[in-house]
Design a protein around this ligand. Structure first.
Ligand code: ZN
Length: 503
């Protein structure tokens, strides 16, 4: 780098740091809104957050930014500087391709659409939401045209959450998932109703004890409390204000053990990723997880492959029993293990088990693609939804509240987001298998309630890189091959064949 180029790069980094500070401040406003803000703050907070977003967006797309990017050198993306420039150019291109008028129209439309969705959902009345969704779909299509795409228009939307992912690859992934999962679901369907295995997770579970137990567990995972904290929120999330402050939130239910127990592990999984990123990447676009799918692979890994495993509970179950003697002292480990791993088709995505969850995502993916292709109209969406529910899960939702109106995502214009949940599931096992292959002591440690070898392996191979690599590069780098559904399907088949005595 010449002297001059060097200073262009430094000035660019300075600007990125300021932009990152603005979004961290905005994140803190969001965190506060979800945790401690009094109800009366809603309107004022919306203005404050809109102002900070606007300032960050303006600074990222203004003439000075164009100039700096235009005069910075082309660098090999395998270097850290090159990777940063590549990421910034990509984000910048996405941000500048959308006309300000369209961005504003999307913001206005989705704000109105969300409140219409809340009402429609309450009253199970599709007609209240349909006109809003029609407009959102139209704006999404317009967005794809501005962003551009080589293959399918949906690629342009997908790319916002999963850089580099293509619709055609996802069609293959979902086809393989469907082929592997539907037979498992069918084989178990008859037996799921024999007995209610999950009853023991409902009862009286003192909130303070739930919190204490969750803390012990994520402490053992390696969550760093010096650089984090846990608060309560209705919709749990993990948020990063830089390497020194990665927080999680949890929802506790005194009558039901599962949400806080697995929710805490899940959010801690996201947090371990963020806490493990190379601190040199702070205040740059490399200082966060590389994609939504990669992020979800980490939350799912800790929640499911660790937190729903027999190895984990062979160590922690006695401790859980001591925390809730009234509810669990008569329940043995095997019954508890079966309860937390029940496979039962349900119409509600967020209540779905590890296996059927993917079919809920498949359904949404197919409907989104059809809407963007204009192969399906919003008017026909409820019927299409119910037909797919019947086909994949053999369920007919009671009403639209339990069907097509259950998720907030579409009202927020988040087209392209759903598939990342399934990508995360698939990758969680691909990564975990690789870790087990390279570090044979992991299961032995898990049985003793220890996770440091697993945590260090994930940090070295995945976390520390932040957004330096794109998802497909990172997957290849870590496992030696592209995203692969085979390990995941093998895992599901083995686990649930054993749980349900299938041949
Ligand atoms: Zn998550």
């Amino acid at each position: 780098m010449t002297e001059e180029r060097e200073s262009v790069y430094e000035r660019l980094k300075d600007r990125l740091a300021t932009i990152s500070d603005l979004s961290s401040a905005n994140g803190l406003l969001f965190w506060d809104r979800q945790t401690y803000m009094p109800e009366g703050g809603v309107a004022g907070r919306a203005e404050q957050m809109a102002t900070l977003s606007r300032l960050a967006h303006e600074m990222f797309t203004d003439a000075e930014m164009n100039r700096l990017l235009g005069s910075s050198e082309e660098l090999d993306p395998s270097s850290e500087k090159g990777a940063l420039l590549r990421r910034v150019r990509r984000d910048h291109e996405r941000a500048t391709r959308l006309p300000a008028k369209l961005v504003a129209e999307i913001a206005r439309t989705t704000t109105l659409a969300e409140s219409a969705w809340v009402k429609a959902r309450e009253e199970s009345d599709w007609s209240l939401f349909a006109p809003h969704l029609q407009k959102i779909v139209r704006l999404q299509r317009e967005t794809t045209e501005h962003l551009g795409y080589d293959g399918h228009p949906y690629d342009a939307l997908l790319d916002g959450y999963e850089p580099g992912a293509r619709t055609v690859q996802l069609e293959t992934m979902f086809e393989e998932l469907k082929e592997g999962i539907v037979p498992i679901v069918r084989a178990i369907a008859g037996r799921a109703y024999e007995e209610d295995r999950t009853a023991l997770l409902h009862g009286t579970f003192v909130e303070a004890e739930q919190e204490k137990f969750g803390k012990v567990v994520i402490n053992a995972f390696g969550y760093d409390w010096e650089r984090g904290r846990q608060d309560r929120a209705v919709h749990p999330f993990c948020i990063n204000f830089g390497p020194g402050d990665v927080r999680i939130t949890t929802r506790f239910d005194k009558g039901w053990l599962a949400p806080a127990l697995f929710g805490t592990m899940h959010e801690a999984g996201h947090a371990l990723y963020e806490q493990g990123i190379n601190p040199d990447y702070a205040r740059t676009p490399l200082g966060g997880g590389t994609s939504m799918g990669l992020h979800e692979s980490q939350s799912r890994l800790w929640e499911n492959l660790v937190g729903r495993s027999k190895l984990f509970w062979s160590y922690y179950y006695t401790m859980l029993q001591k925390a809730f003697p009234g509810a669990l002292s008569e329940v043995d480990l095997e019954a508890f293990y079966r309860a937390i791993n029940v496979l039962e088709a349900s119409s509600i995505r967020v209540e779905a088990d590890e296996v059927t969850y993917n079919l809920h995502i498949l359904l949404r993916f197919e409907l989104e693609v059809a809407l963007i292709e204009d192969e399906l109209s919003v008017v026909d969406l409820p019927a299409a939804w119910n037909a797919k529910m019947k086909e994949y899960l053999d369920i007919t939702p009671e009403n639209n509240t339990e069907g097509v109106l259950q998720d907030v995502h579409w009202s927020n214009g988040l087209f392209g987001y759903f598939p990342t949940y399934a990508i995360g599931n698939v990758l969680s096992v691909q990564f975990f298998d690789e870790a087990l292959k390279q570090r044979r002591e992991i299961p032995i440690e898990m049985k003793e309630g220890k996770f440091s070898t697993l945590h260090i392996w994930l940090r070295e191979n995945i976390y520390r890189h932040g957004s330096r690599y794109y998802p497909d590069e990172l997957i290849e780098r870590v496992t030696g091959r592209p995203l692969d559904t085979a390990p995941y399907l093998r895992y599901l088949k083995n686990k649930f064949s054993e749980l349900y005595d299938l041949d």
